[in-house]
Ligand binder design. Sequence first.
Ligand SMILES: [Zn+2]
Length: 263
Amino acid sequence: MDFQNRAGSKPGSGGVAGYSESNVDRRERLRKLALETIDLAKDPYFMKNHLGTYECKLCLTLHTNEGSYLAHTQGKKHQTNLARRAAKDAKDQETQMPKLIEAAKPKVEIKRVAVKIGRPGYNVTKVRDPTTRQVGLLFQVFYPEIGEGIKPRHRFMNAFEQHQELPNRAIQYLIFAAEPYENVSFRVQAREIDRAEGRFWTYWDPDGKTYSLQFLFKNERPVGYLGGGGSGGPGGGPMAGNVMPTVGNPLNPYAPPPAGYMR
Ligand SMILES: [Zn+2]
């Protein structure tokens, strides 16, 4: 915009008004127009100093009012400095770009790929129900550095679902997962798991950061104790006929103890 050549802005062209009056009017009109069309708050070089006057931070010039500053921004000096600054900024950006890209990289990667911290420690214990004679396994997986708010998960997978090893019909896999740990997988006999209540359980101890899972295999053949009566069959003896109660299950270290049982 060229403020100098606006209609009526030249001294004398205003007709009736005198020189000084029209000059003041012109400045005021310019100031108002400029304030309406240009947002000085967004001009990075415009600065009001402590003396109440204005400075161009680019050209280091002083201005008594906004109109004067705005007129300056249309002048050759300011325009030349603007072009010079733009060229310098472009060059700086070019040299800084690789650094900026490098600085931005890790952030992006952390978001996309969770950093794994290795495999958790674990214990595997063979268990056997003395009453039903079912055998099974107790897994305890230790996750001391588990992520905030994360609960470990498990999954049984048959030999054909996994793609790590050649499928073997006799094997199934038990997998544990908890971020940021790597998954761990255990080979287990491909026998049917007893899913009855109290026979299969999992427990996450948030204080001890230990995930426990215990299962028993279903017996291949029914056992004598189911017939009850302590007839001297395979389940005979003092426990015969008593189905193991869910509460106080001695195979479950986290189940409440039966009455009178001292821990
Ligand atoms: Zn300037």
